[in-house]
Design a protein around this ligand. Structure first.
Ligand SMILES: [Fe+2]
Length: 278
């Protein structure tokens, strides 16, 4: 049981420098924060100071961007050591990365790219997860990403691929509810039916934020208030899975902090009214 064994952290935000003063001013309104681990790889005194200040005052979860767990040419060991150092410094309840690749033959392609849903991709991913989790002892949870390329040789659908990844590697899920909804619209499947096929006890943490529309396609810009469709799906998720935490993942067009606090409150209300017991 994944979520049953981990602490309930509540609702928070992804830390952004633009909100550096707001997070301390409204410290009592933020249950926990996610930090982008990559932003703390540089051992500059200022970044060390910020990390220790944040970890003194908040429960932090490190979220990696560039480990590229799906790369067929293996992991970047230097990157892994830097990531391990951040995780060791924070000693978090868990850490997270994506079910994707962003590096091909040593070149960073600048995008968290979805994997083909095949046995071969699963083998590469699992081998990299085995190496990463042998270095970093805190529990790893894996995040679903949006899919911008349609592969012709997929042998799994979204829910069964996620289920295989989690089972084979004994990992928890960081369910990005916005990404699930976007993929369901862009690839025409029912998001609720997909949700109900995921292993509920492995859903540890959620991400949520707004999407935008480009013609018939939905895009995860991380730049808009959480849409009505996402609030509705979040409500269904917390009825289904005993989650340990939810993070508002806003990166662009950052609004006044009062808007961020309103969204945190809305998510808290959803959890209070609807959540299942673990
Ligand atoms: Fe996310």
């Amino acid at each position: 049981m994944w979520s049953a064994d981990l602490p309930k952290l509540g609702v928070g935000i992804g830390y952004r420098d633009a909100y550096r003063y707001d997070v301390f001013r409204y410290i009592d309104d933020i249950d926990f924060m996610e930090i982008t681990a990559d932003h703390f790889f540089d051992p500059h005194p200022k970044s060390n100071q910020l990390l220790s200040l944040l970890s003194d005052q908040f429960k932090l979860i490190p979220h990696g961007l560039g480990l590229s767990l799906g790369s067929a040419d293996g992991l970047d060991r230097d990157y892994l050591q830097k990531l391990k150092q951040v995780v060791d410094t924070i000693q978090p309840a868990w850490w997270s990365e994506h079910i994707s690749f962003c590096r091909v033959r040593g070149i960073d392609i600048g995008h968290l790219t979805a994997l083909p849903k095949t046995r071969a991709a699963l083998r590469c991913l699992s081998e990299n997860i085995r190496i990463a989790t042998s270095e970093i002892e805190q529990p790893l949870i894996l995040e679903n990403v949006t899919q911008s390329i349609e592969y012709k040789n997929d042998t799994f659908d979204e829910a069964s691929f996620l289920g295989e990844v989690l089972d084979e590697n004994d990992c928890g899920l960081l369910l990005d509810v916005t990404n699930l909804y976007i993929n369901s619209v862009n690839y025409r499947f029912d998001p609720l039916k997909a949700l109900w096929r995921l292993p509920a006890d492995r859903i540890v943490q959620l991400h949520f934020v707004g999407f935008y529309r480009e013609g018939d396609i939905l895009v995860d810009g991380h730049a808009h208030p959480t849409n009505r469709e996402i609030w509705h799906l979040l409500d269904e998720v917390v009825r289904y899975a005993p989650i340990c935490g939810a993070i508002l993942e806003r990166d662009e067009h950052l609004p006044p902090f009062s808007e961020i606090l309103r969204e945190i409150d809305t998510m808290r209300e959803i959890i209070d009214q609807s959540s299942v017991e673990s």
